[in-house]
Write a protein of this length. Structure first.
Length: 487
């Protein structure tokens, strides 16, 4: 059985303990002069950060770090293609093997058992009591990109083990990304640049904006989402629509909040993490959506899965196959449940069908109309993504996601029932969704790299003060984990 360890408070960015931890580490960091000393401090802090959740799983991060550091050295030093490939295969086997055992063993075991049961073949259930290490999907992909880039001769390995260890375990993005590339982070860890007041100011604004999105928007809208999804069997069409609309707001506010806090925390130390979101809900096509949503994952899947499979080469049918394989595996990356596989298949279908339509019909759709259409395709995908239901049969949790998906689809035939429940949910969606929409609109219009930057410093201070008040007000009663911690 997959379960989470109990010590999670420090890794929660929306906790006072994390903020205290960040202040202590940042203060110590500013008193150090040498780059190497600063990196050692961040490395120790990063392992302490993860150990506060469960110290035993630091060994997994260390194992991947030690293995891939030396694998990278050996791949780079050898000119023998057979030897280079063997070391790469070792890295892939080790990292993906750990991911498979800790994240997917029970999923495939229960699925195999269910398949045999359907065929009339009895089999005693085998379900392991496994703790799912938080962040394993993220740091596994991050360290794999390092060895693959060296194998492709696109990157030279670092000679500093501490720098590589920090690249793998850097605490702001260790748990839920962004999934960084060594070519971006390692040069920054080697540079002894000066940290300015601008770094601190921008970093704090990003942290505040992320906290506001998490504790005021995401956690409050989550109450609406959870309530409606629990009633999926009896929802009318209008309430089913609001449930998915609310979840679209929640997951974006929640996940982008983590990325903003991660970027802000890293900025305080003078390190720039990649931007993980660019207004995804104004996308005009499936391709455009994946250029805007979870950018670090979509580019990872493109560079290390889609292109190696053949990409656009080999004709249309092979290209469509590559899209489906990439997106199905991307869906499975998100979680060990069939609804994530179905969501990945759906995303692959959108990409393939849109590519086919644009190649056959050269019709230009007005941008606003394209945005509305794509947003509703995205909403249907979020319904698949959120429909996670598990029932315990004979002591073994069984995935029943498809039953909830069927309930939402059947809600389309139940008509409208614009009663009090609808207007109550609609009011909450407007209250908590409007601030997010406003800042995203400003961000898009002015092409600002973060939404709290205004030329007028007093305006910025007033907005920050208001957000800080709401963060403190709602942060006291809300302490929900980030959605992507489970991935």
């Amino acid at each position: 059985m997959l379960r989470a360890a109990r010590g999670v408070l420090l890794v929660e960015f929306n906790s006072w303990l994390y903020l205290f931890f960040l202040v202590v580490v940042a203060t110590s960091y500013y008193f150090l002069n040498r780059r190497h000393s600063k990196n050692i401090l961040l490395l120790v802090a990063s392992y302490g950060f993860y150990a506060a959740w469960d110290w035993r799983f630091c060994s997994l991060i260390l194992l991947s770090t030690v293995a891939d550091f030396f694998v990278g050295q050996r791949i780079h030093a050898s000119e023998n293609e057979v030897i280079r490939r063997r070391f790469l295969v070792f890295s892939l086997t080790l990292n993906l093997g750990l991911l498979a055992v800790f994240k997917y063993f029970n999923f495939f075991s229960s699925s195999f058992q269910a398949t045999l049961h359907t065929l009339g073949i009895p089999l005693d259930p085998f379900y392991a009591n496994i703790i799912l290490p938080i962040g394993i999907s993220f740091y596994t992909f991050q360290t794999l990109s390092y060895t693959i880039d060296i194998y492709r001769r696109q990157l030279e390995p670092t000679k500093s083990f501490s720098s590589f260890a920090l690249f793998v375990a850097f605490f702001p993005q260790l748990i839920a990304g962004p999934i960084e590339r060594a070519r971006n982070i390692l040069p920054q860890l080697a540079a002894n640049h000066e940290i300015t007041k601008s770094h601190l100011w921008i970093g704090l604004q990003l942290i505040l904006w992320g906290l506001f999105k998490k504790v005021f928007i995401a956690d409050n809208i989550a109450i609406v989402v959870d309530n409606l999804f629990e009633q999926s069997a009896v929802l009318t069409f209008d309430l089913a629509y609001l449930a998915v609309l609310a979840f679209a707001i929640q997951i974006y506010a929640d996940f982008s909040a983590y990325s903003d806090i991660a970027r802000g925390s890293a900025k305080i130390f003078g390190i720039d993490l990649m931007q993980n979101f660019r207004n995804p809900y104004i996308a005009t096509s499936p391709q455009d959506f994946w250029r805007r949503w979870h950018i670090s994952l979509s580019t990872w899947l493109r560079d290390y899965l889609y292109i190696p499979l053949g990409g656009n080469r080999g004709g249309a049918l092979l290209s469509y196959r590559n899209l489906f394989v990439t997106m199905v595996l991307g869906g499975l990356w998100h979680g060990a449940a069939w609804n994530y596989v179905l969501w990945g298949f759906y995303q692959g279908s959108l990409l393939a069908v849109h590519r086919w339509l644009t190649s056959v019909f050269r019709i230009r759709i007005p941008r606003i109309l394209a945005m509305v259409i794509m947003f509703h395709f995205t909403l249907f995908g979020w319904m698949l993504f959120r429909s996670t239901r598990t029932v315990v049969v004979g002591g073994v949790p069984m995935d029943q996601s498809f039953s909830q998906i069927a309930e939402f689809i059947s809600a389309w035939s139940r008509g409208l029932d614009l009663e009090a429940d609808f207007w109550s949910a609609f009011a909450k969606i407007m209250l908590f969704g409007a601030p997010l929409f406003l800042f995203e609109l400003l961000n898009s219009k002015h092409r600002l790299w973060h939404p709290l930057y205004f030329r007028s410093r007093p305006v910025s201070i007033v907005i920050c003060a208001l957000m800080l008040f709401l963060v403190v007000r709602y942060g006291v009663q809300n302490a929900n984990s980030f959605i992507y911690f489970q991935f």
